[in-house]
Design a protein around this ligand. Structure first.
Ligand SMILES: Nc1ncnc2c1ncn2[C@@H]1O[C@H](COP(=O)(O)OP(=O)(O)OP(=O)(O)O)[C@@H](O)[C@H]1O
Ligand SMILES: [Mg+2]
Length: 316
């Protein structure tokens, strides 16, 4: 068992957190492989932050167990962990490079080493000019980047980032993506939460989707996207009122043409069907749905199920 877990940077089994009567995290399992970029996705209030806090040992779960870098007590691993909390904050009177070194020192890094690394980190992030600026003089997004650099200055084995992209402009979001990849290439494991699917789709080796405190999906981005049929956009050469009856039943108007799901019979059968229909093919594209669509399907389907259960209860 110990050998198996040594391949995992983070594990959780059956994590539960209650606030009052509400189980805001309701039996979540997580297994983050070492060296992976792992996303925790979910709508607002899903329980992402509460889950991350339990994994880090900031709050104790009511039920379930977890390990962090092989330790049963997450705080024993804290010198090897970097953390960007959801609520940001640095001492406003510190200079940027001092704030970074200070965060490193809290995780056991030598102050002088921290200051030297801070300058390099700031320069690499294109923020060299801000090294001697006080935090209070930085914009919100810049201060967030400084805090992020402070979470990696001690070169942690595990980096936990709670909504790291929120509040950053598109250029800084790209910088952050590059930083996450660079940290992974250095050998770190990254666990981050987000509700922005584009970042997750580009970055994640694996991801969990949480909604209503429950894990609804776990797997790779491709596995999530594979849960939905591909989308076909078909533009005929010409059409008449009868065309609708010759297309798959879910076909809807889309621009000059029609959009529908790729039938389970496959692409060849669809081509035969379209050619037989006799309206010609002036345009045809077949697209894999994005993670966004998969997310909506996974989260929405379960919300729909909850609603149906409620309706049944009301009807009973
Ligand atoms: N300390 C607390 N006391 C009471 N309720 C709490 C507490 N912390 C969180 N909650 C509730 O637990 C639920 C989950 O919150 P959590 O912050 O974990 O969600 P989240 O997925 O991180 O959401 P967001 O995307 O908005 O950050 C929410 O309904 C929240 O109101
Ligand atoms: Mg949160």
């Amino acid at each position: 068992m110990a050998g198996m877990h040594s391949e995992l940077a983070v594990t959780a089994e059956g994590l539960v957190k209650r606030f009052g009567e509400r189980r805001v995290v309701d039996g979540v399992d997580i297994a983050v492989p070492k060296g992976a970029i792992y996303g925790v996705l979910g709508p607002n209030g899903a329980g992402k932050t509460t889950t991350l806090r339990m994994l880090l040992g900031i709050i104790e779960p009511d039920e379930g167990s977890r390990t962090l870098l092989g330790r049963n007590h997450p705080r024993e691993a804290s010198d090897h962990v970097g953390y960007l909390p959801e609520e940001r904050g640095l001492y406003p009177s510190m200079k940027a490079k001092e704030a970074i070194a200070f965060m490193g020192a809290l995780r056991g890094l030598d102050w002088k080493v921290g200051r030297a690394r801070a300058v390099t980190l700031l320069e690499n992030a294109g923020l060299g000019h801000a090294a001697d600026e006080k935090i209070r003089k930085l914009s919100k997004g810049m201060a967030q980047l400084v805090q992020l650099l402070g979470s990696v200055v001690h070169q942690p084995d595990l980096l936990v980032l709670d909504e790291p992209f929120s509040g950053l402009d598109p250029v800084n979001q790209e910088k952050l993506e590059a930083l996450i990849v660079a940290e992974r290439d250095r050998g770190a494991t990254i666990l981050f939460s987000t509700h922005v699917m584009a970042h997750a789709q580009r970055l994640c080796d694996r991801l969990a989707i949480i909604a209503g405190g429950k894990r609804r999906f776990e797997g790779t981005v491709d596995e999530a996207r594979g849960m939905l049929p591909q989308q076909v956009h078909y533009v005929p050469h010409h059409e008449d009122d009868a065309i609708r009856s010759r297309l798959p039943r879910d076909a809807v108007r889309d621009g000059e043409g029609w959009r529908f799901e790729l039938p389970s019979t496959g692409i060849e059968a669809l081509l035969v069907q379209l050619i037989d229909a006799g309206y010609g093919i002036s345009g045809l594209s077949i697209e894999r749905p994005g993670l966004h669509e998969a997310f909506v399907k996974i989260v929405g389907r379960d919300a729909l199920k909850d609603m149906q259960e409620t309706t049944q209860e009301l009807g009973a």
